[in-house]
Design a protein around this ligand. Structure first.
Ligand SMILES: N[C@@H](CCC(=O)N[C@@H](CS)C(=O)NCC(=O)O)C(=O)O
Length: 236
């Protein structure tokens, strides 16, 4: 059982990847110390804990770092597994269903991540942004089908409760709201992807996601300006 001094998470409030880990720590009711990093001036602890990527999130468990959000989520699920009278499971217990969940989680980072980055940080013109938005929408339409396959009519990709694909996709929801404001329409459009739109509401309403998935589009867009400023000054 984790004591409050045992788990420390290095994150950034807006990071889809740190949000995944926070949702899972909440789901499992694990106490942890949260340390907000400044990506413009990374802490020595972050640099020492993740020397390869120098990115958040980093989970320190008894002082030992675990890196990469999908790895961290699976690590937490293995160390504090679900089960009778225990905590909820994030990974399915069936090996085939686990493989399917890993496939879709990888798909989210392979297809949604580059489109998300391009919409917010990469596109220089309206045309470039429109291409990136179309890529994001196409990926979300594919995920609408995946939702049917994984949820089997239940509320979450994980079935009755939040699972691996839910937290991996759910981490992006704050930024999707900011993108909606930027482009003047819904990325998870209830007309094109109705199951995902209903899933978004259910996911945001869970105790694990509340207070962790940002809902203030203006604050996120302001933060985007800060990030754009840092990358412009790095490029000089
Ligand atoms: N694949 C990584 C992605 C992590 C990532 O990109 N984190 C960003 C914040 S959202 C970061 O720390 N970037 C480092 C930087 O901007 O220098 C994961 O899933 O953990």
């Amino acid at each position: 059982m984790a004591g409050s001094g045992e788990l420390k998470l290095l994150g950034v409030w807006s990071s889809p990847y740190a949000i995944r880990v926070r949702v899972v720590l909440n789901l499992k009711s694990l106490p942890y110390e949260y340390v907000e990093e400044n990506l413009g001036d990374k802490s020595d602890l972050l640099l020492a804990s993740n020397p390869v990527y120098k990115s958040v999130p980093v989970l320190l468990h008894g002082g030992r770092p675990v890196n990469e959000s999908q790895v961290i989520v699976q690590y937490i699920d293995e160390v504090w597994p679900g089960g009778a009278g225990g905590r909820p499971s994030v990974m399915p217990s069936d090996p085939y269903e686990r493989a399917v969940a890993r496939f879709w989680a990888a798909y989210v980072d392979d297809k949604v991540r580059p489109a998300w980055l391009a919409i917010l940080f990469g596109s220089k013109t309206e045309e470039e942004r429109a291409v990136a938005v179309a890529q994001a929408v196409a990926a979300l339409e594919t995920l609408e089908g995946a939702f049917g396959e994984c949820s089997k009519g239940k509320p979450f990709f994980g079935g009755d409760g939040v699972g691996f694909v839910d937290v991996v996709l759910g981490g992006y929801l704050g930024w999707f709201t900011a993108i909606d404001k930027l482009i003047g329409r819904r990325l998870i459009d209830p007309a094109r992807t109705p199951a995902l739109a209903a899933w978004e509401e259910r996911f945001r309403a869970t105790d694990a996601a509340k207070g962790v998935v940002p809902d203030d589009a203006d604050k996120l867009l302001e933060f985007r300006q800060t990030l754009l400023g840092w990358s412009a000054s790095k490029a000089k």
